[in-house]
Design a protein around this ligand. Structure first.
Ligand code: FPP
Length: 255
């Protein structure tokens, strides 16, 4: 499916009509904790696997919607470093869906200027998935309409530990003076290094926690929680979240 053409980035602040039509409401980077596949299936007396399958349809739909709305970055929490603790058949279902999703949608990413990025230690996934991901990263590297960042085997504490280890390595080599380490050093060592700041973090399914997702990046993000279960989350819901974001008064600790 080819997306409708759009103007990249937020509307000109001096152009009122363009501002009114700016569906991003000024948000550049939105992340989503996609929760509730299991409960969606349970409510319909279906197996959990079907909830996840429906969850992938919601992913496809929201990636398209985010592109149409004009977001610069959409980051999705697809598999956490703690999700390995789920029953083996569920982990295997999720991996199977990931495989299928990348294979089925890589052409669409390319057709629509979507650059794929992965955050998290994805090299621990099955070799064939790592190869699929590496190929998709290569193929879409120059696309610049939107970045789709998928969090795989991701945990914020793990990400921060890896960043600290990388910085410690530079200290050891004498390349960085420990007294001069700044917040920028840490930001630059995170998996999200080249992405714009996280504006809005959405969680579906009514749970009110961050579950080890983007803990550093969310320091000044706006948070949006909805009771909607992930498989039912659609473009209208995304627009509602962005509208809410647009109504917030962001002070970043100032006044
Ligand atoms: C939470 O539902 C969802 C996940 C485990 C992560 C999201 C996964 C998908 C949308 C499918 C795979 C994604 C891609 C990109 C291929 P849950 O099982 O925790 O729901 P519950 O809390 O209701 O049990």
């Amino acid at each position: 499916m080819k997306l409708a053409p759009f103007k990249k980035g937020s509307a000109d602040p001096d152009d009122e009509a363009a501002q009114a039509a700016d569906l991003t409401h000024g948000a550049r980077h939105v992340a989503i904790i996609m929760d509730g596949n299991g409960r969606w299936a349970q409510k319909k007396h279906l197996p959990r696997a079907l909830g996840h399958k429906k969850g992938v349809e919601a992913v496809r739909n929201i990636v398209r919607s985010a592109g149409e709305i004009g977001l610069e970055v959409l980051t999705l929490y697809a598999f956490s470093s703690e999700n390995w603790n789920r029953p083996a058949d569920e982990v295997s279902d999720l991996m199977g869906l990931l495989r299928q999703y990348i294979q089925a949608d890589i052409d669409e990413f390319d057709d629509n200027g979507i650059r794929l990025k992965v955050i998290g230690n994805y090299h621990a996934l099955d070799k064939d998935i790592v190869a699929l991901i590496d190929n998709a990263l290569d193929r879409t590297a120059k696309n610049d309409r939107m970045t789709l960042a998928i969090a795989l085997n991701y945990g914020a504490r793990d990400e921060m530990l890896r960043a600290v280890q990388a910085i410690a390595g530079k200290v050891k080599q004498g390349a960085v003076d420990p007294d001069n380490i700044t917040a920028d050093h840490l930001s630059d060592a995170l998996d999200t290094a080249e992405l714009p700041p996280l504006d809005l973090l959405i969680r579906t399914s009514g749970e009110l926690r961050l579950s080890n997702f983007l803990l550093w990046q969310a320091a000044y993000s706006e948070l949006y929680f909805t009771d909607t279960l992930w498989p039912d989350f659609d473009k209208r819901e995304l627009q509602r979240a962005l509208q809410s974001f647009g109504d917030r008064d962001r002070r970043f600790g100032g006044r």
